[in-house]
Write a protein that binds this ligand. Structure first.
Ligand code: ARG
Ligand code: ASP
Length: 719
């Protein structure tokens, strides 16, 4: 097996024996799976320095930040470092025209100035246990129908049972969960502690933290200072507690030591974090499905929508602010889809996964286990059977559900209609009040009806061009019947007639509320029709899911059998993982070669005061021209900004601490290169790079730029 693996590695075709630097590894298995390779690349630590079930280790300094990012503890007083884009919504929520922290940045100059963030939490992982046998036994007892093996509800109930109610009561803030790995062939239990008093300490201006914005997003070379600082507070005993002025900074078990020495090209680097989702174990048919349906639909629809949105944003500064967030999140996934499809095509992912399937089929024949070939036949069949439904679902999602904002207007009007038909005036007033609130939530500060109207026309035209009439939401029949197929006139009609079409219409309705007006409101009927179609498609697709997940469990179970302990890492699922590699540039195209380190020179080269994406703040320019870089400069006198590494990362790894061979913090992960986003399906050693902000740039910005050097006193900076 080992020899075979080696051959495959050399020919770069096996997705299952890990290629150099590939992998998002489970901490408890690190020693047996990867430690030797890490040491060979230069790691100087013992495995127990990284992960130790019986004592503290580096793992204890890494946290889940908010919903989908990673953060790291960098001081004995609970300071947490993460990305600017991970703290973005918190920074935005504290911003107003008077205090525009998004534009100007924010720095608490004392602990009293740290800002509270309701809803934000930080989560530590206390224990990680293999519970495969426990879950299998229970599944056998509880579940003859095989529907529970991936169910979060079922698995988490098992986790609570295993931990015991008394244990959970005795440990406030502690939560347990069991997660499936390898499609339900393995299970791990995580004991976590969640802190919910997390305060904003500091953030650079967006012109630094988001420098390059959408143009530079997913791009190397990069010049973004993508970081922000928070602090965890706890009750007097160090336990998680809701916000209280009496809370005190958390005394963490572990915080990271910082190195300002940087690392050289080819030096070892690793990170621990919470990668969200990968699809390494896709079959060839799912690769094609992702490329030809999911990604192609997304690319086509978003391109049309973003073009129209940007036009409006450039025309009207108010719209630019209103749609900044929507535009950024739309292009983020759009650019990712383009990069992924390019990698799928150019690097033959379909063929690669197909070869793996064939290997399993050959092995299964030899070992007389027909179920594996059978599972592959079934998977191929299901992907083929669900093709049309999946296409309709993606078209509906991208063009109508996400594409048209008014598809999400309040549609739950039955209580209002009932009240208006009744005689109870009090009841009517109350229902109209609730409807008004729901309407305002929709018609909020970042909604521009004229932009929505313009985009809706484009979306509807494209949707009707690509989805046959008999597969469209029922209400759309009206477009042909009443508007001779003219979608633009139909949209104008919705806006002029609906109570939600314009503010005047809504005011007029409130003056003379009638049940009939509501029941016949065309925009509400439109939105309901889209929502009904969404429900129908979700139900129809779910009918395939049950068999699909079972067959996938069999397929991946076969790979586990075939490879034994040579099996590669399980797909990312937002659980804690380690990835390692080297600081390295790459060669994206013929005759083009990228180096692995960027500097402040590059920021100045990209400066464009007429383009909001590339404005450089005056203070930064002053420091640059004075070459006032303090102790953060490199040996050649340059100010470092970002570097690239071969580590294997995905969405969710943002904010992950990047550590040197001695386990010291040298950077914060924040992005990937465009050529490398296909790594969610297949790692490409020559191509894929993580993009990391250099910790020296972070310290320079805190100290020299923001004048918040007092914060450095609590850090552990290696001499
Ligand atoms: N591409 C990075 C990630 O997926 C950064 C996104 C934030 N920046 C942006 N322009 N949307 O999260
Ligand atoms: N930018 C991503 C994140 O926020 C990281 C990536 O996809 O590489 O997690």
């Amino acid at each position: 097996m080992k020899k075979q693996c080696l051959l495959w590695t050399l020919s770069l075709v096996s997705p299952f024996c890990s290629l150099a630097d590939e992998g998002m590894w489970m901490l408890p298995l690190l020693k047996q799976q990867r430690f030797a390779q890490m040491q060979a690349l230069g790691l100087k630590l013992q495995d127990t320095d990284i992960y130790n079930p019986d004592s503290t280790s580096l793992k204890d300094a890494v946290v889940v930040f908010g919903g989908g990012c990673t953060g790291e503890i960098i001081s004995p007083d609970g300071l947490v470092l993460t990305n600017h884009h991970c703290g973005y919504s918190q920074i935005q929520r504290h911003s107003s025209l008077e205090h525009d922290y998004l534009t100007d940045g924010y720095w608490a100059m004392t602990r009293d100035e740290e800002l509270t963030n309701p809803g934000l939490s930080v989560t530590f992982i206390d224990r990680i246990e293999d519970v495969t046998t426990y879950v299998r036994d229970r599944l056998e007892k509880d579940d003859s129908t095989d529907t529970n093996f991936l169910s979060a509800r079922y698995l988490n109930a098992l986790a609570r049972e295993k931990a015991g109610e008394q244990f959970l009561k005795d440990h406030p803030g502690t939560e347990v969960e069991i997660r499936p790995f390898y499609e339900g062939n393995q299970y791990w239990m995580f004991t976590k502690k969640r802190y919910s008093d997390v305060r904003l300490v500091g953030a650079p201006p967006s012109s630094i933290g988001k420098f390059g914005a959408d143009t530079d997003n997913w791009m190397w070379p990069r010049h973004t200072g993508d970081f922000s600082l928070f602090r965890i507070y706890a009750d007097a005993d160090g336990n998680p507690a809701e916000y209280s002025p009496d809370n005190v900074p958390l005394r963490p078990k572990r915080w990271l030591r910082i190195s300002t020495k940087g690392i050289e090209e080819n030096d070892f680097a690793m990170m621990i974090g919470f990668p969200g989702r990968t699809n390494k174990y896709y079959t060839s048919w799912e690769v094609a499905e992702r490329r030809d349906i999911d990604n192609d639909v997304r690319i086509n629809i978003r391109n049309l929508r973003q073009e129209a949105m940007l036009e409006e944003m450039l025309r009207d500064p108010a719209v630019r602010i209103q749609y900044a967030g929507k535009y950024a999140s739309s292009t983020n996934a759009y650019k990712n889809a383009i990069g992924t499809n390019r990698a799928i095509r150019e690097r033959n992912f379909e063929q690669l996964k197909g070869e793996e399937q064939n290997k399993l089929i050959a092995w299964a024949r030899q070992t007389n286990q027909p179920e594996y070939a059978e599972s592959l036949r079934m998977l191929e069949q299901i992907v083929s059977d669900r093709r049309n439904l999946r296409f309709r679902n993606w078209m509906l999602d991208e063009a109508l559900v996400r594409g048209i904002e008014f598809a999400s207007i309040p549609t739950d009007i039955k209580p209002v209609v009932d009240a208006l038909k009744g005689k109870d005036k009090e009841q009517q007033r109350e229902q109209l009040r609730l409807l008004t609130l729901a309407w305002r939530r929709f018609f909020n500060a970042s909604y521009a009806p004229e932009v929505d109207r313009k985009i809706a026309k484009i979306m509807l035209r494209e949707y009707r061009r690509l989805v046959p009439a008999y597969d469209q939401p029922a209400y759309f029949a009206l477009i042909d019947k009443k508007f001779k197929g003219d979608a633009d006139r139909f949209i104008d009609y919705l806006f002029s007639t609906s109570i939600f079409g314009q503010s005047e219409n809504f005011s007029a309705f409130l003056e003379r509320p009638s049940a009939r007006t509501l029941e016949n409101d065309p925009m509400i009927l439109f939105a309901q029709s889209v929502q009904d179609e969404k429900k129908a498609l979700t139900t129809a697709l779910a009918a395939f899911d049950a068999d699909f997940t079972l067959e996938r469990r069999t397929y991946v179970g076969g790979l586990l059998q075939m490879y034994g302990d040579q099996i590669s890492f399980p797909d990312a699922n937002s659980t804690i993982r380690l990835t390692y590699g080297q600081k390295k540039g790459y060669e994206p195209r013929d005759a083009v070669s990228y180096r692995s380190q960027t500097t402040l020179d590059g920021v100045m080269q990209k400066e464009d005061s007429t383009n909001w994406e590339f404005v450089v703040p005056d203070r930064l320019k002053e420091l640059y021209h004075a070459r006032d870089f303090g102790p953060y400069r490199m040996t050649d006198g340059q100010m470092p900004v970002a570097f690239s590494a071969t580590t294997h990362t995905t969405g969710g790894n943002s904010g992950s601490p990047v550590l040197n061979a001695g386990g010291e913090l040298i950077g914060i992960n924040f992005d990937r290169n465009w050529e490398g986003v296909g790594g969610d399906i297949q790692y490409l050693p020559d191509y894929q790079r993580s993009i990391i902000v250099d910790i020296r740039y972070v310290l320079f910005l805190i100290d020299k730029y923001a004048g918040a050097g007092y914060l450095l006193d609590e850090l552990d900076i290696a001499p």
